[in-house]
Design a protein around this ligand. Structure first.
Ligand code: FAD
Length: 501
């Protein structure tokens, strides 16, 4: 079996450079050459600025200093997402990162709380027990490791960042580790003449040919290798998730830096607000069947705080994924592999998963089909888990004030989501998955926000004395609020510890 000798990455967006950085960090680049081809003329998509906590693990695994990275990318901290107007107008809920699980005597806090609720004892909300939610409400932030005691131990955070600066940072990192960068536009992809073709080389507009024995397609929505050259078909999920366009605009930085992304439901989709140190990212994600580009742009512009800094830009997309994200000697990563609309900011995470899983299955040059099958099955599970979580934000709505919401309410759910929600209603939890992104607290927050509650609490909870458990919850809630009052505001934390120059 011949080991791989040369890996070619096509594309230098967030995915391409993240891929280059992760590969170069894991393989000996003197033994396996890594070459990345990108075209400045084509450019990158330039959105994708809100992340989820595994992003921090990726930075740590690369040995990247968090403070230096935050300064270089104008980043702010993200504790979760605030959802406004999703269940109905003027109702808000929060999806916090980390856990809200400060239970008692090994008993689940959620079930202790649920028992009180089902008894009509409504002295608290579930999110009063989430350290992230309490910090977000007060717009305060401190990394859990820096706060003495254990009250913030279940907190986790991610970042809001400037996508262009991230690609630049990771490019320097990867080049220092031996990745070769080639500027040029791919004009033709040469494949073997075979019933199951492999990619042989990329031909650039300049006439240069780039050979390799494995290819990673990070060419964005174009999917030049995995889509065009290898014809891996696309599974379209827009029946479940009908938004297919976004209009984006940047505006000046917010005076207070909220440590969360805001997602406000609109008549034909939803609007994001992502606070960075030097500016704010805004976008309206919408379904073109229900609203025109002009109307969407108008809605976006009329809901922006502060002055705009750029002209509105329209980005079309289709939600779905490639049937085979690994085919022959090529994987598609990032937008080339698929895209689930940006509601839970999961695309960069899925790209990371694509690379991490490739490193797990790292092939010889023959690309054993067993590895390919395992890779494809795992990635499909990741994409479907996230798809289902996102669908529930729309499908459980009680809104009926536009054709868009009427459609979302009546959409048929995938069988996997039906099963998850049925289990949740019975057990107050979700079925165990191999490596889930969204764990119990995420589903519990979402379900609570969308008015889906189990009909019974766990039978184990009968072991806990009712009065004692209520006291425990009241004490914990108060302690959390007072602790958070002592930590800095998010803005002050950034100014003191990681402001960009
Ligand atoms: P791109 O940025 O499009 O990069 C493609 C690269 O391929 C470029 O370097 C280009 O030059 C190169 N290329 C293409 N064709 C050729 C060619 N012929 N020759 C040479 N080079 C070529 N993700 C998140 O995680 N969080 C978010 O909040 C989020 N928000 C989003 C909002 C919207 C509206 C959209 C559409 C996406 C969002 N995403 C988000 C996804 C995120 O933008 C992407 O995951 C991320 O930017 C990575 O994109 P990419 O690198 O795969 O593709």
């Amino acid at each position: 079996m011949k080991p791989l000798q040369k890996i070619v990455i096509l594309g230098g967006g967030t995915t391409g450079w993240m891929c280059a950085a992760m590969l170069a960090n894991s393989v000996n680049t003197k033994r396996i050459n890594i070459e990345l081809v990108e075209s400045e003329q084509i450019g990158t998509i330039g959105v994708g600025e809100s992340t989820v906590p595994p992003f921090m693990d990726m930075l740590a695994s690369l040995g990247i200093d968090e403070v230096e990275f935050i300064q270089a990318t104008q980043a702010t901290f993200k504790l979760g997402i605030q959802f406004k107007d999703w269940l109905k107008k003027d109702e808000t809920f929060f999806h916090p990162f980390g856990r809200a699980e400060a239970g008692m005597d090994e008993l689940s806090l959620y079930h202790l709380w649920l028992r009180a609720q089902l008894n009509g004892d409504t002295f608290s909300r579930f999110l009063d027990y989430s350290p992230n939610s309490v910090m977000a409400q007060q717009k305060r932030f401190a990394p859990y490791k820096a706060v003495p005691g254990t009250l913030l131990a279940d907190s986790r955070y991610a970042l809001h960042l400037d996508a262009g600066l991230v690609a630049k940072y990771l490019r320097n990192f990867a080049q220092q580790k031996g990745v070769k960068r080639t500027e040029g536009k791919v004009e033709k992809v040469n494949t073997s003449i075979d019933t199951a073709p492999r990619i042989l080389s990329l031909q650039l507009e300049s006439g240069q040919t780039i050979n390799g024995d494995f290819f990673i397609d990070c060419s964005g929505f174009r999917a030049l290798l995995i889509g065009d050259a290898l014809q891996s078909s696309f599974t379209d999920w827009s029946t479940y998730l009908p938004c297919n366009r976004a209009v984006t605009v940047q505006s000046e930085a917010l005076p207070e830096l909220p440590p969360y992304t805001k997602a406000t439901a609109q008549l034909a989709g939803w609007q994001w607000r992502i606070p960075l140190q030097h500016r704010t990212g805004n976008g309206y994600v919408y379904a073109s069947k229900y609203i025109s580009d002009e109307q969407a742009t108008q809605t976006l512009l009329s809901n922006i705080q502060g002055k705009t800094l750029t002209e509105p830009r329209i980005i079309p997309f289709t939600t779905g994924m490639r049937k085979q994200v690994w085919k022959a000697n090529c994987i598609g990563v990032g937008l080339a592999a698929g895209f689930i609309e940006p509601l839970e900011s999961t695309a960069i995470h899925l790209a990371m998963r694509g690379i991490a899983e490739f490193l797990q299955q790292f092939p010889h040059s023959d690309c054993n089909p067993a590895l390919i099958n395992e890779y494809n099955a795992r990635l499909q599970q990741d994409y479907e888990e996230i798809r289902d979580f996102i669908i529930l934000h729309y499908a459980a709505t009680e809104r009926n004030d536009s054709d868009f919401w009427a459609y979302c309410k009546n959409v048929d759910w995938p069988a996997s989501l039906v099963q998850t929600v049925e289990y949740f209603k019975a057990r107050g939890d979700v079925p165990r998955k191999l490596a889930p992104l969204f764990e119990s607290t995420s589903w519990r927050s979402l379900c609570e926000g969308m008015n889906i509650r189990p009909s019974a609490y766990s039978a184990f909870i009968e072991n806990a004395d009712y009065k004692a458990s209520k006291q425990h919850m009241q004490n914990y809630k108060q302690q959390l609020v007072s602790l958070v009052k002592q930590i800095p505001t998010h803005k002050a934390f950034i100014e003191q510890n990681c402001a960009s120059s």
